[in-house]
Design a protein around this ligand. Structure first.
Ligand code: C6P
Length: 401
């Protein structure tokens, strides 16, 4: 595949050809075709869905529901198992509020990990506080990884929910999720999987994994902001209570009774993000065309190159040398990650610095934060060189103080 041709499809690269954009873990850039899909909706048929009794509204409704189909195919789900949300955070919270609050009691256990993003562990901390269930953490190994053995050490038949990340946004490790899901089910627990850093980077098939819930965001996979997905097994979604009530999710409303539509609609209150769903479907088609084989290979090549070069620089501590994905977390001895980020910015290198909304793992690493470079398939080898030069510049600059 021609990387220059790929990059030509991105306005950000056309306008900043030398920019090393290494912050796709926070948000991926958008190719023109995704932006055009949004524009097409707003310019040509930008009206509400499910309500209007006129052609334009039928067209918008068809496109919105067609988008759900494309996204369902992308993750191997059924159409009615795809709930549109604002993003991964609202999807993860929906499971905690709608499943957790109604199914957990004192004496039950929830298992999570120190690798979670706040949007994955905080909702369960809160549910446990309110229901009296106990929150347990899988002990991490010496590299900071989740292992099946460690999971077994905390799993009991009191466990009702496992809330776990598929890929850590700080360490980039892939969780051995298949075995964990199997063991959790044998113990009678359901598994809610945070797929925010997995779905954009590798093939995720919910039926093959047999996860109960999967949450992810559109904006990390070349899609628009403000749209995400909660996948849930239909039989679970069917039993769950909605947590937001109002327009479009209602079936019948009387003075003394209310009924709701079937999933996924009972979880989609009010006017949905129609453009977002259409844009996300376009992003899924685009990623399918690029292909996960290419994405996985390219990210691995770039991360290996970057780890090799960073490891040669004195005073650079790489926390996740063996990770399988395009995320590298490191620090420069004696330099605050935010200070380093400012020097990187002057060098045209965009990275993220800090705790990455995952303070449990930065605490585990005994650091206030890390510098995080996150690669995607549109990055070049030159981006690695720009990163390495930026690190050298930061070292030199702060060495003077
Ligand atoms: N992580 C990062 O820079 P939202 O913000 O709702 O789209 O996604 C939340 C989320 C949930 N889980 C994981 C593993 C994530 O990485 C994120 C978002 C970004 O790492 C922004 S904090």
């Amino acid at each position: 595949m021609d990387i220059n041709k790929i990059r030509q499809e991105y306005g950000v690269f056309r306008n900043n050809p030398n920019l090393a954009y290494l912050d796709s873990g926070a948000m991926a850039l958008k190719p023109d075709r995704v932006v055009k899909a949004l524009e097409d909706y707003y310019i040509n048929y930008g009206v509400n869905v499910h309500r209007g009794v006129y052609q334009l509204s039928y067209q918008a409704t068809d496109k919105y529901e067609e988008a759900r189909n494309v996204i369902a195919d992308f993750i191997g789900a059924k159409f009615e198992e795809v709930v549109f949300t604002r993003g991964a955070s609202s999807a993860l919270n929906l499971v905690a509020s709608s499943y957790g609050m109604f199914n957990l009691h004192e004496g039950d256990e929830v298992i999570t990990t120190e690798l979670e993003h706040h949007s994955s562990d905080m909702p369960w901390f809160n549910v446990c506080k309110l229901t009296g269930a106990k929150l347990k953490y899988i002990p991490l190994d010496s590299e900071g990884r989740i292992t099946v053995e460690a999971f077994k050490s905390v799993l009991t038949n009191k466990c009702k929910v496992v809330a776990i990340t598929y890929v850590s946004n700080v360490m980039g490790y892939i969780t051995p999720i298949r075995e964990i899901i199997k063991l959790a089910h044998e113990a009678g627990a359901i598994v809610t999987l945070d797929g925010a850093q997995a779905v954009p980077h590798m093939k995720v098939d919910v039926k093959e994994l047999d996860c109960d819930f999967l949450s992810f965001s559109g904006h990390k996979m070349c899609g628009p902001t403000g749209i995400g997905v909660l996948y849930g097994k239909y039989e679970l979604l069917e039993k769950m209570n909605p947590i937001e009530f109002g327009g479009d999710m209602a079936d019948t409303v009387r003075l003394d009774s209310q009924t709701y539509k079937l999933p996924p609609y009972k979880f989609e209150t009010g006017t949905p993000n129609v453009a977002g769903a259409i844009g996300l479907a376009e992003a899924c088609k685009y990623i399918n065309e690029i292909g996960f084989d290419y994405i996985v290979k390219r990210e691995k090549m770039l991360r290996d190159l970057a780890v090799e070069k960073l490891s040669l620089i004195d005073g650079v501590i790489v926390y996740n040398k063996t990770a399988e994905t395009g995320i590298i977390s490191f620090n420069i001895d004696g330099v605050h990650p935010h200070d380093a980020a400012s020097v990187f910015d002057n060098n045209g290198v965009c990275i993220r610095a800090g705790h990455h909304c995952a303070q449990l793992i930065t605490t585990w690493l005994k650091t206030i934060g890390t510098i995080r470079a996150s690669f995607y398939f549109y990055n070049r080898e030159e981006d690695v060189d720009l990163l390495v030069n930026a690190v050298k510049d930061a070292k030199e600059f702060f060495g003077k103080f």
